[in-house]
Ligand binder design. Structure first.
Ligand code: GFB
Length: 313
């Protein structure tokens, strides 16, 4: 990608889009096109078409999505399915119609079957039933991969798909009802320390295993893929290591410096038992994550303390 190429970054105010924007700016890109949700509704085919006709981006990074943690996904499945299908269909179709040179579509590791062998290889896609708590979101993300692959096959478009594992970092959602586990536990542990509470509540049994990737590592991987990868199918992006939710909570306690105990709320769902990506495809092409979990949690905590009006530890 030339430093002066016109790059449309969809979703620049989200966790992923924000990190990609920082990375593009650091690299000196001069023509990064962004629109807020208010300026451009990606669920509107007419608005998306007009935007592409006017702006003619050469590259598209599709990081816009309706996302959320396990509770948001299972509470609002219709919205997760509709919005993500519409966003993907409109942006991918407009990218084809207006001759985009390359498009990167971002998905999620929840596209793989709930009980697929671990670590999850790209070829396990569509080989078994999905995890019910995020089936709607996963179906939309699978549809987006299919769109990219079929536009590649039928029209010769260079559209690629990256599937990141569970992400976290600066810009994350810390709302306790809709967030993912890492920001939720970071906030709960911090607040328990500040208020002197003796316990922190962890949803579910604490036994599920998850893999966590710092979002700036994902941003680096996305730009690496745009430069070095062309082909159908998803490409997994992760660290290749996972841990139990209980262990994650203990790691967060250590970083925050909180000594209370954990209480497990069995009325909340566990979700899929394990979701570890096989990242050998990406590693073989020369990319590897750099930021370890403790360092990433520390950086996220620093961002959260500085950005929200949160009193220090
Ligand atoms: O991160 P999370 O919401 O999503 O939950 P998923 C991961 C695990 O952490 C589950 C447990 O077993 C939760 O029960 N957990 C423990 C908590 N305490 C908490 C808490 O306070 N908040 C939250 N949110 N979880 C999502 C999917 O699945 O992952 C999406 O719903 C997407 O589709 C995303 O793929 C990356 O990892 O289960």
């Amino acid at each position: 990608m030339d430093k002066h190429s016109r790059i449309y970054l969809a979703g620049h105010r989200g966790l992923v889009g924000g990190a990609i924007l920082r990375r593009l700016q650091q690299l000196g890109h001069t023509q990064i096109l962004t629109r807020t949700h208010r300026e451009l509704d990606l669920c509107s085919q007419v608005q998306v078409e007009q935007f592409f006709e006017q702006e003619r981006p050469a590259y598209v990074i599709l990081a816009a999505a309706r996302v959320g943690g396990i509770l948001a996904n299972s509470t609002y499945p219709a919205q997760f399915l509709y919005d993500n299908l519409m966003i993907a269909a409109n942006v991918i179709q407009a990218s084809y119609r207006y001759g985009v040179t390359k498009l990167l579509n971002l998905g999620s590791s929840c596209i793989y079957p709930k009980l697929a062998p671990q670590p999850l290889k790209e070829e396990y896609l569509l080989t078994g039933p999905l995890e019910p708590t995020n089936r709607a979101y996963a179906v939309a993300k699978i549809a987006a991969i299919e769109l990219c692959d079929h536009y590649r096959a039928q029209y010769g478009c260079d559209f690629i798909s990256a599937m990141p594992t569970n992400l976290y970092g600066p810009g994350d959602n810390f709302d306790l009802q809709t967030s993912h586990v890492l920001p939720a536990l970071l906030r709960k542990v911090l607040e328990a320390k500040q208020t002197g509470a003796t316990t922190v509540t962890v949803w579910g049994s604490g036994n599920p295993r998850r893999e966590f990737l710092y979002v700036d590592d994902l941003a680096a991987a996305c730009l690496f893929l745009l430069e070095h990868f062309s082909g159908p199918g998803p490409v997994n992006v992760g660290t290749g290591e996972d841990l139990r939710i209980r262990e994650l909570a203990l790691t967060i306690q250590e970083v925050v410096g909180y000594k209370g105990s954990l209480v497990f709320d069995s009325t909340k769902p566990d979700g899929t038992p394990r979701k570890l990506l096989d990242v050998s495809r990406l590693q073989q092409s020369g990319w590897q994550a750099e930021i370890g979990l403790k360092e990433g949690i520390g950086r996220t905590l620093a961002w959260y303390l500085a950005s929200a009006e949160v009193p220090g530890c």
